[in-house]
Design a protein around this ligand. Structure first.
Ligand code: ADP
Ligand code: MG
Length: 259
C-alpha cells in the first residue's frame, strides 16, 4: 500500500491539487522556491509504507531541500505532501509523524544520553514514566543501555549518531528522515552504521527516507533509489533496475553501470 507521496511541482503546474487528490488518494503535493530561484522542478514521487527510499544525487541537487520540506522545516511553495493519507503540507513539523536524523547529530551537550533522547517527548508534555519506558526501549534497540548517563562529549562519533537515531525512535514516527547521517564518520564506522540502520529498518518496519551523495550507500541500503539532478528526478527504481537499465548517461554514470 502506498504510504504517501511527494509531488513537487512548479507553480505553473497544469494539474490542480484537487485533481491530484482524486487521482491517487494518498498522493501528496509540494512545491518550493527560494525567493526568485526555483531549486526543485516538478518532482512526483510515491513512497510505500516500510520502504527504504534513498535520495541520491550530486551536491546542490536539492536532496536536503526535499527532505526538509517533508519534515516541515522548509515551507512548500506549491504542491502537496501526504503522509499516511493525511495532508501535512502546512502542518507543524511536530504533527507530521516524521522524525529527522541530522548529519551533525545536534545533541544537547549539557544533557545525558537519556535526557537527549527524551527531550522531545518532555517538551510535548509526555509523562515521565512513559518517557523513561520509550528511552529504555530505544536504548535496547540501539544497544545504548550502558551509555544512558553519559554526556555527548564522552561518546564516540558512532555513539553520538546512535543517540541521534534514538531520539528519533522514541517519537515513534511513521517516517524516519535521514540527511547524510554518516558523512561525519570514518569509512570503517560508516560501514558499521549502514548495517546498523539496515537492521533498524528491519526491526522497526518503519518507512525511511535517506539522503546521501554516496552511490555505494544508495546501492546497498535502498529498496528504491531516487536519482536527483538539479532539482529534478532523473530516475526512480530499485538498485538493480537503475544499474541494469539506466534511463540516461547521468544515471548510468552516477550509479556506476557502464552505459
Ligand atoms: P543537496 O542537499 O542535494 O546538496 P540542497 O537541497 O541543500 O542540495 O540545495 C539545493 C539548492 O538550493 C542549492 O542550489 C542550494 O544553494 C539552494 N538552497 C538551499 N537552501 C537554500 C536557502 N535557504 N536559500 C537559498 N537557496 C538555498
Ligand atoms: Mg544536503
Amino acid at each position: 500500500r502506498i504510504l504517501g507521496a511527494i509531488s513537487v511541482t512548479t507553480t505553473t503546474a497544469t494539474t490542480s491539487r484537487d485533481q491530484l487528490l482524486s487521482l491517487a488518494g494518498p498522493l501528496s503535493r509540494v512545491t518550493k522556491d527560494f525567493g526568485p530561484v526555483r531549486v526543485i522542478h516538478g518532482v512526483d514521487l510515491q513512497v510505500r509504507q516500510g520502504e527504504f527510499c534513498v535520495f541520491v544525487g550530486p551536491s546542490g541537487c536539492g536532496k536536503s531541500t526535499l527532505l526538509r520540506m517533508i519534515a516541515g522545516l522548509e515551507e512548500t511553495s506549491a504542491g502537496q505532501i501526504m503522509i499516511e493519507n493525511q495532508d501535512v503540507t502546512d502542518a507543524d513539523p511536530a504533527d507530521r509523524g516524521v522524525a529527522m536524523v541530522f548529519q551533525t547529530y545536534a545533541l544537547y551537550p549539557h544533557m545525558t544520553v537519556a535526557q537527549n533522547m527524551g527531550f522531545g517527548l518532555k517538551m510535548n508534555g509526555h509523562p515521565k514514566a512513559q518517557i523513561a519506558a520509550k528511552v529504555a526501549e530505544a536504548a535496547r534497540i540501539l544497544k545504548l543501555d550502558p551509555l544512558l548517563d553519559r554526556k555527548p562529549a564522552n561518546l564516540s562519533g558512532g555513539q553520538r549518531q546512535r543517540v541521534a537515531i534514538g531520539r528519533a525512535i522514541v517519537r515513534g514516527p511513521k517516517v524516519f528522515l535521514f540527511d547524510e547521517p554518516l558523512s561525519n564518520l570514518d569509512a570503517e564506522l560508516r560501514v558499521e552504521m549502514r548495517a546498523e540502520i539496515a537492521r533498524l529498518h528491519r526491526e522497526l518496519g518503519a518507512t525511511m527516507i535517506y539522503v546521501t551523495h554516496d552511490q555505494v550507500e544508495a546501492m546497498t541500503m535502498a529498496d528504491k533509489i531516487v536519482v536527483l539532478r538539479s532539482g529534478r528526478i532523473e530516475q526512480v527504481g530499485s538498485p538493480m533496475e537503475l544499474y541494469d537499465d539506466p534511463d540516461n548517461r547521468f544515471v548510468a554514470g552516477f550509479i556506476g553501470s557502464p552505459a
